[in-house]
Design a protein around this ligand. Structure first.
Ligand code: PLP
Length: 392
């Protein structure tokens, strides 16, 4: 027998394990210090009352024979697929409910989507970025080429016509840099993908944090329905990181290599996946209806207040940064040309603040650090005061 030897090509993922180990060692040696964690990418605010109410009602329905539900619809209940397509239509992206596939996570879907593509494709991945794209393509045996983000391009790499690609990942707002593409920039990516006969895999997990007039979906861009698949998630927008609900939008007209990708993904999902619980789908529907959206907006505003506290402090220090305006992350250049991990150590030991070393998100992340806006507000204010005290 043979195993998938591509797994041997994966780099060990030390990032969060090493952060955890360093913080544990520091707090054990310094029990009197209060360490503030600004490294996490997980939400902290509870689910909205409208979501809880809908899930409680659904739990009761499950205990009554007339309203009990067993296996759900293959691609998600119609009520949720419609709530998602309505959410898109309201922002000018024409999506039908039939194009929406409900799932348990954008993480699983960005990985699972590779099932419908042959192994050996050339895949263009931004650097730095959410590490799942790189690792899943290594597992699949694909060839990875990188689109470098840097200070010159504000961590928004643009297409290079001399680079050939079959699959293109775009993450906007980006994790970890918080950078967001404009409509003009996304149009260039759509035109490039169309010319290359490539498919864009567009991750919009942080779209709800966009406050300025910037695209929140690739499907707001002309021509995208012929070249893109979008992954959305309620994890960050509605606090569903533990509850789980996401969705993938595959346009019905999307074809490549003589095959319809919507049909391939339908087939993949009904063969390998049995959908989210009814209770969670009712909670997700409530999150996308006006009352739930208004309640989640309060939490997003809370996080964005933190993002402003962080970016104001970093800008007062005269340090280069991106993000913080339309994303819950601030991505900053380590002062004095420190390397990511050296600056991480300095912040931990001198300010008792934990960030995420940029080097963990790709080679272009070296020399940068990510601060997250998901901590509580008092701690965020205190953390920034400490950072200013040591760097000011
Ligand atoms: N996409 C990006 C860019 C992320 O940063 C994350 C989580 O941090 C995810 C997807 C995961 O989303 P989900 O919780 O829906 O699996």
């Amino acid at each position: 027998m043979k195993v998938n030897k591509n797994y041997a090509n994966l780099k060990e993922s030390y990032l969060f394990a090493t952060i955890g180990k360093k913080v544990r060692e520091y707090t054990a040696a310094n029990p009197d210090k209060s360490v503030i964690r600004m490294g996490i990418g997980d939400v902290t605010r509870p689910l909205a009352p409208a979501v809880i109410g809908a899930m409680q009602k659904a739990v009761s329905e499950m205990g009554v024979a007339e309203t009990f539900r067993g296996y759900g619809d293959d691609y998600g209940y119609d009520f949720l697929r419609t709530a998602i397509s309505d959410y898109y239509n309201k922002k000018g992206a024409e999506i039908s409910s039939a194009e929406v596939f409900v799932s348990d996570g954008a993480k699983s879907d960005v990985a699972n989507i590779l099932d419908i593509f042959a192994s050996g494709n050339t895949v263009l991945v931004p650097d730095p970025v959410y590490p799942v794209y790189v690792d899943t393509n290594i597992m699949a045996g694909n060839k990875i080429v990188y689109a470098s983000g840097n200070i010159e391009n504000n961590f928004l790499p643009m297409p290079d016509e001399n680079v050939q690609a079959d699959i293109i990942y775009i993450c906007s707002p980006n994790n970890p840099t918080g950078a967001v593409y404009s409509a003009e920039q996304l149009k260039k990516w759509v035109d490039y993908a169309t010319a290359q006969n490539a498919v864009i895999l567009y991750d919009s997990a942080y779209e709800a944090f966009i406050c300025e007039d910037l695209p929140t979906s690739i499907f707001q861009i002309e021509g995208a329905k012929n070249c893109a698949i979008e992954f959305g998630s309620l994890s960050k927008s509605a606090g569903f990181t533990g509850t789980r609900c996401a969705y993938t939008i595959v346009p019905t007209e999307l074809e490549r290599d003589g095959m319809n990708l919507h049909k391939l993904w339908s087939r993949r999902q009904n063969t390998k996946y049995n959908q989210l619980p009814y209770i969670i789908q009712r909670g997700a529907e409530a999150a996308l209806l006006p009352e739930g959206l208004a309640q989640s907006k309060t939490d997003i505003d809370y996080y964005m207040q933190n993002a402003k506290t962080i970016s104001d402090a970093i800008s007062e220090l005269g340090i280069w940064f991106s993000g913080g305006k339309n994303a819950p992350y601030v991505w900053l250049k380590c002062p004095n040309n420190l390397k990511s991990w050296d600056f991480f150590d300095l912040l931990l030991e001198k300010a008792n603040v934990v960030g995420t070393p940029g080097a963990g998100f790709g080679s272009q992340g070296e020399g940068f650090l990510r601060l997250s806006a998901f901590a509580n507000h008092e701690n965020t204010v205190l953390a920034m005061k400490r950072v200013k005290d040591i760097l000011g």
